[in-house]
Each structure stands twice: as structure tokens, then as C-alpha cells.
Design a protein around this ligand. Sequence first.
Ligand code: CAA
Length: 257
Amino acid sequence: MNVLFEQIGRVIIAKLNRPSSLNALNSSTMYELIEGLKKYDTNPDIGCIVLTGSERVFCAGADIKEMSQKNFNDMFNEDYFGYWEVFAKVKTPIIAAVSGYALGGGCELAMMCDIIIATENAVFGQPEIKLGVIPGIGGTQRLTSLVGKAKAMDLILSGRNLSAQEAFASGLVSKIIAEQHFLNEVIQYAQELATYSKTALIAAKETINQSLECSLKDGIVFERRLFHALFNTDDQKEGMTAFLEKRTATFNQQKTA
Ligand code: CAA
């Protein structure tokens, strides 16, 4: 299996598992990952997903062996990488836990997640220019929106690597955690998120992502409408009642009619 799934409480840990190719993303890995996540996405008992690799490598990118002999007709007719758009549609929050290399498609995969947490030894980069191509899983778009045009141009045109520290300073990474506690701390953080209302988490993710697609005016209306809609959930009643009763809220209770 190229991807291992493990459930811990309300969190799914999806671990890329192709060590001999440094977790390179061939088509079957892409399908295994996305089909697995689709299943958990609709499960009300899952509130957060952690996507990770090994200590040495998160993911060294798209599989160069698989791609190397393909021509334009193959790539175009297969809409190669098109299926990654399904990953980007997963509603449940996904945290990329990046240790080691996150290069090319590996960096793009991390950027398709909602939060990137890295170890001090993490290395990011979009080296496709060195292969005679450009990023193809959204790198030119997502990197630009995360770090700005000047830095994205620098990184993509030079293909140079980015340290965890530089990635943090640039806004690509939200947090750096020491290697020895890394995955445990990420999972603990994911568990905390997963205790909140899944509906509210999905609404927050969708609204933040919407800000990249529309004007400020439209985005603010979109946010307000979803805010209003959340008043039709049991979780809103529970959250606000618990606050007033000075107790911890218990979200995600399935109502039995
Ligand atoms: N695809 C296929 N195989 C890969 C791979 C990839 N992206 N990256 C590494 N491997 C394989 C190597 O071919 C090697 O296999 P063999 O043992 O059979 O020769 C094995 O993994 C170990 O790799 P290295 O010996 O190169 O390991 P290293 O520690 O010396 O170097 C590395 C590590 C710096 C990550 C180096 O492997 C590397 O530069 N990999 C390629 C990174 C890259 O260019 N990624 C972009 C791919 S294109 C892409 O992603 C397109 C896109 O936008 C979507």
C-alpha cells in the first residue's frame, strides 16, 4: 500500500508510504490517497486529517519515472494531475506534517492542505524548472498566493530549496516543531481542532478558501451568510449554551429524532 491510514480518536493520519521512491506521487498513490480521504471526509466521526510522510521525506514530488516518457498527447488526453482537484475539494481540515523534503508535487501537496506544520529539517521547493517543466499541481498559483509574487518568482524560476525557517518567515509554514516531538504534537493539535463542530470547521475552511476566489465585498457577504446558517445547527446552540453555563462544549453530537 502506498498510503497508510490510521484513525486516532477523531483524527485520520494518512502516511505516504513509498520509501524506495521517496514518496514520489505516481498515479496509484494519488488515487489511493484521494479515494481514502473521500471516504473519511463524509464520516461525521472524523474532524481533522493529518497528512505526513517519513522523517526523511514528506514527498519528493510527482513520480519522474512515470512521467519521463509521456508526450503532450498522453498528458493532455489523460488530463494528467487533473484528479488532484478532488483532493482540493476535501472539506475536512487537512494538516500537512512535513519532515524532510517537500519538493515539486510534494510542496504542492502540502500547499493543497489547509495548514503546514514542519520540522526544523524540512526542505521545501519547486525544482520543476530543473526538469524542463513547471509546477503542474497548482504550485504557481498557491505558492504565489501564500508567499507573494516576488518570492514565488524567485523560487519557481530558480528551483532553489527553501529551509523550514525561510518557509516559516515567508508564510508558507504556520509552525515549526522540533523533530523529537513532531508527529505527536501535530496529532495533539489536530485532536484539538477535531473536538470543534465539524460543520463550523468546514464552514471556516470554505470561507477562507473563498477569499482567494472573490472580491472582498462578495467574500464578506459569503462569510456572513454562512455565519447565519450556523445558527441552524445544534453545535451553535451547544457552543453558546456551554459558554453561558461555564462548561466545556461537547460538539458533534448526533441528534436522534
Ligand atoms: N520521482 C521518482 N523517483 C524519485 C523521485 C521522484 N520525484 N525523487 C526521488 N526518487 C527516487 C530516486 O530516483 C532514487 O531511486 P533509485 O534508488 O531507484 O535510484 C530514490 O528515490 C532515492 O533518491 P536519491 O538517490 O536521489 O536520494 P537523495 O537523498 O540523494 O536525494 C532528493 C533526495 C534531493 C529529494 C532527490 O531525490 C531529488 O531531487 N528528487 C527529485 C525532486 C524533484 O525534482 N521533484 C519534482 C518532481 S516533478 C513534479 O513534482 C512535477 C509537478 O509539478 C507536479
